[in-house]
Design a binder for this molecule. Structure first.
Ligand code: C5P
Length: 279
């Protein structure tokens, strides 16, 4: 968070579900989740200036989003009575399993809090990922997203995020999920090294990966391509279609990102986001 030229600037880091187990289904149709969530340094950004509520979007993925009143940034601001001109810089592909709208809405709420407003009592009503995105630090996420348990910082990770240029509709992925009562995550230890984390991840799943691949086979292609580029571990995030790979070094990640920047694909090398307290 910084204040520049009278604007409150807040990063909206990409959310990564390093593991995501679907453990049940509520009567209202929402699914119960158990997820290890981390945040990448790459992300969108919001800048708020006091004034009548308005939204303007720029950045490489601006075209994928409307500025109408349904936009999550505006809904977030209205939820707390926020008056601000919001500029959203959309660096992340839209509807791609890495937070997107929820990360942007959470960033707006964080900026409005800095401007003196309270956070809303049930931010998950904006989107299941909003509570964890408000924290924007490693966490275990349970319930339908409203139960967030912060975790100690994770070891340094050399990540590559890849999206094959297709949007996958979250409700369709959940609907295509065969088993909705999978076991929860194993206990989450403190990870000293990246190799401890990848060994733990190998015992976990993203339960939404198989149904997402059934709807969008390009997800399988991305996972195979990450592995072919040398990722020690590769998995889809959220309901897709963005996947992440974990590489041994920053150089290997940069090379893989360059090789995976195929026509129509979005590929970036990134580290984890710095702890919000250290920003
Ligand atoms: O809350 P969000 O907008 O991210 O959710 C999009 C859709 O994904 C919901 O309308 C619902 O169909 C599905 N969903 C779910 N269980 C969750 C989160 C999302 O079934 N925990």
């Amino acid at each position: 968070m910084s204040l520049a030229d009278g604007a409150w600037i807040e990063p909206a880091p990409a959310k990564l579900n390093l593991a995501l187990h679907v453990t049940g289904r509520r009567a209202d149709g929402y699914h119960l989740l158990d997820s290890l969530v981390a945040f990448a340094a790459v992300g969108d950004e919001v800048a708020l200036t006091p004034g009548p509520l308005a939204l303007q979007i720029d950045g490489p993925f601006a075209a994928g989003l409307g500025t109408d009143e349904d936009n999550l940034c505006l809904r977030a601001a209205r939820m707390v009575g926020g008056q601000a001109r919001i500029r959203l810089t959309k660096n992340l592909p839209v509807a791609s399993g890495i937070g997107g709208g929820s990360a942007d809405a959470a960033a707006v709420l964080r900026a409005l809090k800095r401007m003196g407003l309270e956070l809303p009592p049930a931010p998950e009503r904006l989107g299941a990922d909003v509570p964890v995105c408000l924290a924007s630090r490693p966490a275990r996420m349970e319930g339908v997203g409203e139960i967030v348990t912060p975790l100690p910082p994770l070891p340094r990770l050399h990540l590559v995020l890849v999206n094959p240029g297709i949007a996958v509709a979250t409700p369709r992925v959940f609907a295509a999920l065969a088993r909705k009562d999978n076991p929860p995550l194993p206990p989450v230890p403190r990870f000293a090294r990246a190799s401890d984390l990848t060994a733990w991840l190998a015992q976990t799943r993203n339960d939404l990966e198989a149904p997402a691949i059934a709807l969008a086979p390009q997800v399988r292609e991305v996972l195979d391509a990450l592995q072919a580029q040398g990722a020690g571990f590769a998995r889809m995030s959220g309901s897709g279609a963005t996947c992440f790979g974990i590489f041994a070094t920053a150089g290997a990640a940069a090379e893989a990102a360059a090789a995976l920047g195929r026509p129509g694909w979005w590929a970036v090398a990134s580290e984890l986001a710095p702890d919000p307290a250290a920003r």
